[in-house]
Design a protein around this ligand. Structure first.
Ligand code: UDX
Ligand code: UDX
Length: 427
């Protein structure tokens, strides 16, 4: 079967490479000519563990192709995946211009029956709109992605479930055929309506963000009542109705999905006349958590950061990615600079992206460069490189020994025994 994938961001690229790995013939297209030229040489413009090898292997074996000819990709393929960006507008609603431009291309070029698959996160109702707008012999399917950056290939190859929102038996049969390698592994398939599949994606992301926000508030409360949030989270997670994942306190969630998907769901709800209070509060609490993190750092330096040197470990929105979209670490760095601090930082993958946003930061080669002569060090992203620092060496090269652990990675007593003033969440 021949598949077209329109949009080669991290979702489009992972989808194309993995479907080719399933043995399908896949053509990935993008309007960004430069990106396509790089991809044709097997050069991947994003940091996603394992993706470069998978792309190169499938390019070599002739199942994966790259092109900027979107029209032909639509004409020549029975199934066309849409994986273009759906970024937020300033009012929080979903910017559909890229999806709409692809829909126009489909209307112009879809000769013969096709299955159009929305994998990008799109507002509820998009599939039905697209079928009417395209007005050709096509079935539209919602097949949302649940890929985490840094684990995207594993999440595609070993999904906990596949969601198919479709109206025709033919489209469902074609989608099952595409995912047959997962079917054989008995991966659960949820076959439902288009609107339901579209809402499932938002519901999952919103719930995960809510869960993180909940443990962040519990962590804050622990500081008032002298409880230990790590033990609370562990005990909560042992209840199978709650589960242990996504109960790690920190400076709030970031990334290219949670912030925009929640705002899009709030906006869509409002548009149809529903006031989604819980999500509006989640957005508010998440923003407050970043400010609480900034205040923690300022308080650790006895309320004055003007002229002080603060080192930050990690700038990406989470480990194993170079993505800085809505990164709490970068937000905090910017706020400390606003407060007059001299900020230096190191990140294993996101420095180039961070430099384009915050050139005022002094970028170091490693964690020890960050610690050198710093008044305080802030662990902002739990990269594995930061989990086993040589703390004795750090304590010797810092000017003052203030350690603000925004991801609760280290042991409080161990740091205090080394003479650090140690600050963390809720313990
Ligand atoms: C995107 C959406 O942002 C996300 O909401 C959804 O869940 C998955 O798809 P991502 O892959 O990160 O996530 O998108 P992005 O990084 O913005 O890349 C989209 C790609 O599509 C870009 O390379 C862009 O050049 C390309 N594109 C955009 C097209 O090929 N055609 C267009 O008309 C518009
Ligand atoms: C998320 C969803 O997990 C994925 O299913 C969806 O397809 C896309 O959005 P991603 O945004 O890549 O994936 O990152 P994720 O690992 O979910 O983390 C999101 C944010 O929450 C990060 O800023 C992370 O630091 C934060 N987080 C995560 C916490 O603060 N605590 C946790 O326990 C888990």
């Amino acid at each position: 079967m021949h598949i077209g994938v329109i949009g080669t961001g991290y979702v489009g690229l992972v989808t194309g490479a993995c479907l080719a790995e399933f043995g399908l013939d896949v053509t990935c297209v993008d309007i960004d000519r430069e990106k396509i030229e790089l991809l044709k040489k097997g050069i991947i413009p994003i940091f996603e563990p394992g993706l470069e090898d998978l792309v190169k292997k499938n390019l070599k074996e002739g199942r994966l192709h790259f092109s900027e000819d979107v029209a032909s990709a639509i004409k020549n393929n029975l199934v066309v995946f849409i994986t273009v960006g759906t970024p937020p507008k300033s009012d929080g609603s979903c910017d559909m211009r890229y999806v709409e431009s692809v829909a126009e291309m489909i209307r112009e070029n879809a000769d013969g029956y096709k299955v159009i698959v929305n994998k990008s996160t799109v507002p509820v109702g998009t599939g039905r709109w697209m079928k009417e707008f395209v007005n050709r012999n096509v079935d539209v399917v919602s097949n949302p992605e649940f890929l985490r950056e840094g684990a995207a290939i594993t999440d595609f190859m070993y999904p906990e479930r596949v969601i198919i929102g479709a109206e025709s038996e033919q489209a469902i049969a074609i989608m099952k055929d595409i995912y047959i390698p997962l079917y054989l592994k008995e991966t659960p398939f949820v076959i439902t309506s288009i609107e339901t599949a579209e809402l499932i994606k938002y519901a999952c992301n919103a719930y995960l963000a809510l869960k993180i926000t909940f443990i962040n508030e519990i962590a804050n409360l622990c500081e008032y009542v002298g409880a230990n949030v790590d033990d609370v989270a562990r005990a909560m997670g042992l209840d199978s109705r709650i589960g242990s994942k996504f109960l790690h306190p920190g400076p709030g969630y970031g990334g290219s999905c949670f912030p925009k998907d929640i705002k899009a769901l709030i906006s869509k709800s409002k548009e149809v006349g529903y006031d989604f209070l819980l999500l509006k509060t989640t957005v508010e609490v998440n923003q407050r958590q970043r400010e609480i993190a900034v205040k923690k750092i300022i308080d650790a330096l006895s309320g004055e950061v003007k002229g002080r040197v603060i080192g930050i470990l990690g700038l990406s929105f989470k480990p194993n990615t170079d993505d800085i979209r809505e990164s709490p670490a970068l937000y905090i760095a910017g706020r400390l600079i606003e407060e007059g601090a001299k900020v230096k930082a190191f990140d294993p993958a996101a420095m180039a992206n961070a430099k384009s946003v915050l050139p005022q930061i002094r970028y170091e080669k490693n964690a020890y460069g960050v610690a050198e002569k710093a008044d305080a060090i802030v662990l902002a992203v739990e990269w594995s490189q930061f989990r086993r620092l040589d703390l004795v060496r750090i304590s010797r090269i810092m000017k003052e020994r203030i350690f603000v652990d925004l991801k609760n990675v280290y042991d409080k007593k161990q740091l205090q025994s080394l003479g650090f003033k140690y600050v963390c969440w809720g313990r």
